[in-house]
Design a protein around this ligand. Structure first.
Ligand code: MG
Length: 170
C-alpha cells in the first residue's frame, strides 16, 4: 500500500503530464501555422512522450492497487508570437515539471517509500534530459534562427525526430 500523500501526488502528476502533452501540441500548432513543419514535428513527438509519462504514472498507481482519478486538463494559455517563444516557454515548463517530480520524490523519501523512489529515479534523470534538450534548442535558435537559411536547416533537423517508446517499462 502506497503512502496516501505520495499516491495523491502521483495521481496529480498524471494530469500534469497530460497537460504537458497538450501544451506541446499547442506549440506544434503554432509552428504548423508558421510553415515550420520540422519544429511542429518535434513538439508532436514530445507530446507523445508526455502522454507516455502520464500512462506510466497511471500504471504505477494501478500496479500498486490505487484507484486512478482523471481530472480536467487545463487549456494551454501561453501567448506565442516569436519563433523562439515556445522554446523558452518549453524550458520554463520543464523546470516546473522537474520541481513537481522532486516534490513527489521528497514526499516518498519522507514516507520511506522505496518502491516509489526507485520508480521516480527514471523521471529524475528524464527531467535532466528534457531541460538540456530545451536549453540546446534555445541556444541553436539564438545562433541560427534569425537567418532564413539557418532557420530552414534547423527546421530540417527537428523534422527528423521520430517517436521512440520510453525506456522505462512497468
Ligand atoms: Mg514529462
Amino acid at each position: 500500500m502506497l503512502n496516501e500523500q505520495v499516491a495523491k501526488l502521483l495521481n496529480t502528476q498524471i494530469n500534469k503530464e497530460f497537460y504537458s502533452a497538450y501544451l506541446y501540441l499547442d506549440f506544434a500548432n503554432f509552428y504548423k501555422e508558421k510553415g515550420l513543419d520540422g519544429f511542429a514535428n518535434w513538439y508532436q513527438v514530445q507530446a507523445q512522450e508526455e502522454r507516455d509519462h502520464a500512462l506510466l504514472f497511471m500504471q504505477y498507481l494501478q500496479n500498486n492497487g490505487v484507484a486512478v482519478s482523471l481530472e480536467a486538463i487545463d487549456k494551454p494559455n501561453i501567448v506565442l508570437k516569436e519563433n523562439i517563444d515556445p522554446l523558452k516557454a518549453g524550458l520554463a515548463h520543464e523546470q516546473y515539471v522537474t520541481d513537481l517530480i522532486h516534490t513527489i520524490y521528497e514526499a516518498a523519501s519522507e514516507a520511506k517509500d522505496f518502491r516509489t523512489l526507485q520508480f521516480l529515479d527514471w523521471f529524475v534523470k528524464e527531467q535532466g534530459e528534457e531541460e538540456k534538450n530545451a536549453d540546446d534548442m534555445i541556444k541553436k535558435m539564438e545562433l541560427f534562427g534569425s537567418d532564413a537559411k539557418g532557420l530552414y536547416m534547423l527546421d530540417q533537423e527537428l523534422g527528423a525526430r521520430s517517436y521512440t517508446a520510453p525506456s522505462l517499462t512497468l
